[in-house]
Design a binder for this molecule. Structure first.
Ligand code: ZN
Ligand code: ZN
Ligand code: ZN
Length: 352
């Protein structure tokens, strides 16, 4: 018993000796200082400049020519398809719908001409802004040596191994655009550009204008198709009361299908435009809802994909207000104006 009691302290000493941590070293890419850590981690954060260093951080080889050509070809193909579709909906819609609209009244024709022109200009302008505007290249920043880089100067910056430059938090490198993009949402082949801090608003406005324009095009083409559709023939209409609902439905479908053979070229274009507008509208509406929901959550698509459970920012409708151009919530603006008004009244009374 006595021997066992004497051996216990020795075991504790042995455990203490074996648990002494081994130092791990890394060099901060941001300020060049040597970092010493008690435990191994694949990612280190510098206590001075705040830059994040990865242990396997080596500069990457540029993409092969074949890969770059493939991405350029893919973007060019999708942009061409989208531009041709927009032109087809605008020109085909005007050609097919407007004889019907002008046949109702001149005022009706002019009204729809104005609506169609405004929607077309708005859609094309927002597309050009989203497509040709830079998505948001990070600003140049000092890095590399200790005296030059101040305390917390590179807070949460990482190092882009493609560009060999500092990468701000929430920025990502796009291999298609060959640059880092601030607040990158995703690379969109349909606009041939990344969606980032500088063109995200234009991209969402483009989606809204596509949904509005496609809804308008679908309503107008369905209305015009109804007007120019050849007359339907129902040979057994007198015996519909005795027939089952399934047979009546079959009769109607057969009648509509047989009358479709007598559709003019204008009618065929109208039917195609109605189906195309409805299907594009459904796809873009889903994308728009996803975008608005991510903006509401204060998140981007890439951040959401990389860590779906993480909360990246404060969620709320104020994110949407800020995103669409108003930096302050509406209530604060109204309160501000009320306060300003009160102050002006007080100052006026003092002067009197
Ligand atoms: Zn550092
Ligand atoms: Zn980069
Ligand atoms: Zn890109």
């Amino acid at each position: 018993m006595g021997e066992q009691q004497q051996q216990e302290p020795l075991l504790e000493v042995e455990q203490c000796v074996t648990s002494i941590p081994e130092d791990h070293e890394a060099t901060c890419w941001g300020c060049g200082l040597r970092l010493v850590f008690s435990s191994y981690s694949p990612v280190y954060k510098c206590g001075w400049c705040g830059a994040v260093t990865q242990s396997n951080q080596t500069s990457r080889k540029p993409d092969t020519v074949c890969f770059s050509h493939w991405r350029r070809f893919r973007d060019g193909f999708f942009v061409t398809v989208l531009v041709l579709f927009m032109l087809f909906v605008i020109c085909g819609g005007v050609w097919a719908v407007y004889p019907v609209v002008f046949s109702i009244s001149i005022f009706c024709g002019i009204f729809h001409c104005t609506v169609a022109a405004l929607l077309s200009i708005f859609t094309i302008a927002s597309y050009c802004l989203a497509s040709f505007r830079s998505a948001g290249t990070p600003a140049g920043i000092r890095w590399g040596s200790y005296p030059m880089v101040g305390k917390n100067y590179l807070e949460n910056y990482t190092f882009c191994t493609y560009c060999s430059k500092p990468k701000p938090p929430r920025a990502h490198h796009c291999r298609s655009c060959k640059t880092c993009v601030v607040d990158m949402d995703h690379h969109c082949p349909f606009i041939g550009n990344c969606v980032g801090a500088s063109n995200h608003r234009a991209f969402v406005i483009f989606l809204i204008s596509v949904v509005t324009s496609c809804s308008y095009a679908a309503i107008m083409t369905i209305y015009a198709s109804y007007h120019i559709w050849p007359p339907l023939v129902f040979p057994n209409v007198s015996s519909y009361g005795q027939m089952g609902s399934k047979k009546v439905l079959m009769e109607i479908i057969t009648s509509v299908a047989s009358s479709a053979f007598f559709l003019s070229a204008r009618g065929i274009i109208l039917v195609y435009l109605a189906f195309a507008s409805l299907s594009v509208n459904a796809g873009i509406a889903v994308l728009l809802c996803q975008q608005l929901s991510l903006i509401y959550e204060g998140n981007t698509y890439l951040s959401h994909i990389s860590s779906p459970t993480d909360i990246h920012g404060e969620r709320g409708s104020r994110n949407l207000v800020r995103f669409f151009g108003c930096p302050y919530p509406l209530s604060r603006l109204l309160l501000g104006y009320t306060n300003t008004g009160k102050l002006q009244d007080n100052s006026g009374s003092k002067l009197l």
